[in-house]
Design a protein around this ligand. Structure first.
Ligand SMILES: Nc1ncnc2c1ncn2[C@@H]1O[C@H](COP(=O)(O)OP(=O)(O)O)[C@@H](O)[C@H]1O
Ligand SMILES: [Mg+2]
Length: 241
């Protein structure tokens, strides 16, 4: 049996002549971001853009400002100068409440430490972002726990999990609201090499599958070589690796 689609009217109807945007806005953008502490600039004007589904690795020596950059890009701090945009929306001009709400919808964060809430089960940890979004994320949480191989552990407490498992829960939590961008600051830095490979492979696979942009700070060559693009931060300037 053949199904005939209705004929679509031409898109150039004069009453709707406004052109559709050719592409999605980048998942993340930084424009001339400058920031310092105590009068000393750490970042001297960083500009970058991460597309949806693109994985970008940032390397650089200790103290070069990688964590500072991720904090600014994640809206945990506000840049002294410049702009930060999530999915095309300015984040740096919002007040802290507006930024927290937009962040919950747009940005996933993973750090070296998992920062799970110790008194909540694995599943409840994943439902926490839904409180800010006023959404029940239970179904999304279960799907992601399955995707990170932790089905059946949803009622476990974080203390009952291994380090690798806790970091997989942190990764699932970061992705549960389907953010445009995942920011990860040395996410495998406290894991043994076997778990580091497992968690980094999982992170990149899930991000690609969900079309999430990833900006990843890492010392881990395995992770960095799996990125689509590499950037290097040195003396407050970001450049292609
Ligand atoms: N909250 C802060 N107050 C003062 N100085 C800071 C603060 N955060 C970072 N710095 C300084 O900024 C520089 C960059 O730090 P950081 O971003 O943590 O580097 P990285 O993550 O590359 O190791 C360092 O000199 C550090 O001491
Ligand atoms: Mg750091």
């Amino acid at each position: 049996m053949h199904y005939h689609r209705p004929v679509t009217p031409p898109a150039t109807h004069p009453a709707s002549a406004a052109p559709a945007p050719a592409t999605h806005p980048p998942a993340l953008e930084a424009r001339a971001v400058r920031h310092g502490f105590g009068g000393q600039d750490v970042l001297h004007g960083v500009t970058l853009s991460v597309a949806r589904g693109e994985v970008v690795a940032v390397t650089g020596p200790s103290g070069s400002g990688k964590s500072t950059l991720l904090h600014l890009l994640g809206g945990l701090d506000r840049p002294d100068h410049g702009e930060v945009l999530w999915g095309g929306t300015r984040a740096d001009t919002l007040d802290s409440q507006g930024r927290a709400r937009l962040r919950a919808a747009s940005v996933g964060l993973v750090f070296q430490h998992h920062y799970l809430l110790q008194d909540l089960t694995v599943l409840d940890n994943l439902r926490v972002p839904g409180l800010l979004l006023r959404q029940d994320l239970t179904d999304a949480a279960r799907t992601l726990l399955h995707a990170v191989g932790l089905q059946g552990r949803e009622h476990a407490m974080p203390a009952q999990l291994s380090g690798g498992e806790r970091q997989r829960v942190a990764l699932a939590r970061a992705l549960v609201a389907r953010p445009a961008i995942l920011l990860a600051d040395e996410p495998t830095g406290s894991l043994d090499s076997g778990n580091a490979v497992a968690v980094s492979d999982l992170m990149i696979a899930l991000a690609r599958q969900h079309g999430t942009g990833v900006l990843l700070v890492t010392h881990d060559e395995h992770m960095a070589t799996r990125a689509d693009r590499r950037l290097h931060l040195l003396d407050g300037h970001l450049s292609a690796h």
